[in-house]
Design a protein around this ligand. Structure first.
Ligand code: SF4
Ligand code: FES
Length: 290
């Protein structure tokens, strides 16, 4: 079993260190994600072998690493190995400076969204055996790279907060008279999928509109607004307030229904559908005034 790390080759990474992940040539070369059809056969092939991963590297604080490049690692394959397992192995066994975020390892925290074989995916939810080798692992496109696979999420979080992602009900008494606020099963069903968001940023990273319009709220923030706007426990005034935020110039009308966000969301949230529904709600709200 070979566990050696191959020599890092100086490779076809983008020229500008302040570049965004999507500007990597990998984005165009590997659209489609390289999924392998016969997973069982592929796993059997890999038993006892190593998997070849190519990991994007960039460190603005170290002179010798300021030039973006890809490093090659050969990681011993184990049944059930995920992309996150592979990069953790590479970090723990070969290069402790390899930097990326992760926490829960079970698709809950949303911290390990990467650009893997040309598609946004959660590292901990993506089986290595489902991917063609070498597995190319890059930071999320359209975000500033902080170091290696870590991107700056500040803008994404700012957009999420723009839609006031918390329950508001002006009728809620602020005293001991507070009662449990019940929701109907039907209403729960309606907003169920929207509440699954784990703030991973994959959808925003996949969105061409967000890439060209930095002020666009983006699919995750709009979905978050949907969750609250469709919750019957909020009163009409708050719903109208939310719709006013959403129908602004950089809100729902920017969406061109390309479905890229829906395709990459690791929680299968029907983002495009939700955006379309909010567009209809915004139109209905405005018609009331005529
Ligand atoms: S909507 Fe989906 S892809 Fe977007 S941040 Fe939430 S979980 Fe991630
Ligand atoms: S490590 Fe938490 S979502 Fe992958």
């Amino acid at each position: 079993m070979s566990t050696q790390q191959a020599e890092p080759e100086s490779q076809e990474a983008p020229e500008d260190p302040a570049m965004k992940g999507a500007e990597s040539p990998a984005a165009d070369e590997q659209t489609g994600g390289g999924m392998v059809d016969d997973h069982a056969e592929k796993r059997a092939e890999l038993e006892g072998e190593t998997v070849h991963i190519k990991v994007f590297r960039y460190d603005p604080e170290v002179e010798g690493k300021q030039e973006p490049r890809f490093d090659d690692f050969h990681v011993p394959f184990e049944k059930g190995m995920t992309v996150l397992d592979a990069v953790m192995y590479a970090r723990d066994e070969y290069d402790s400076s390899l930097t990326f975020r992760h926490s829960c390892r079970q698709a809950v925290c949303g911290s390990d969204a990467f650009f893997v074989n040309g598609k946004q995916r959660l590292g901990c939810k993506t089986q290595i055996s489902d991917l063609e080798q070498p597995v190319r692992i890059e930071p999320l496109p359209h975000q500033e790279v902080v170091k290696d696979l870590v991107v700056d999420m500040d803008h994404f979080y700012d957009q999420m907060h723009t839609v006031e992602p918390y329950f508001q009900d002006e009728d809620t008494p602020a005293t001991e008279d507070l009662e449990e606020q019940r929701q109907t099963p039907e209403n729960r069903e309606k907003i169920k999928m929207s509440s699954r968001c784990i703030w991973c940023g994959a959808c925003m990273s996949s969105c061409n509109i967000a890439a060209g319009d930095n002020e666009y709220l983006g699919p995750a923030a709009i979905n978050k607004a949907y969750k609250f706007a469709m919750d019957d426990r909020e009163d009409e005034q708050i719903k109208e307030h939310r719709l006013r935020i959403l129908e602004q110039e950089h809100g729902v009308w920017r969406c061109q229904t390309q479905f890229s966000c829906t395709e990459v969301c690791p929680k299968d949230i029907p983002l495009t559908e939700h955006i379309q529904e909010l567009k209809r709600e915004a139109v209905k709200k405005n018609l009331k005034f005529w």
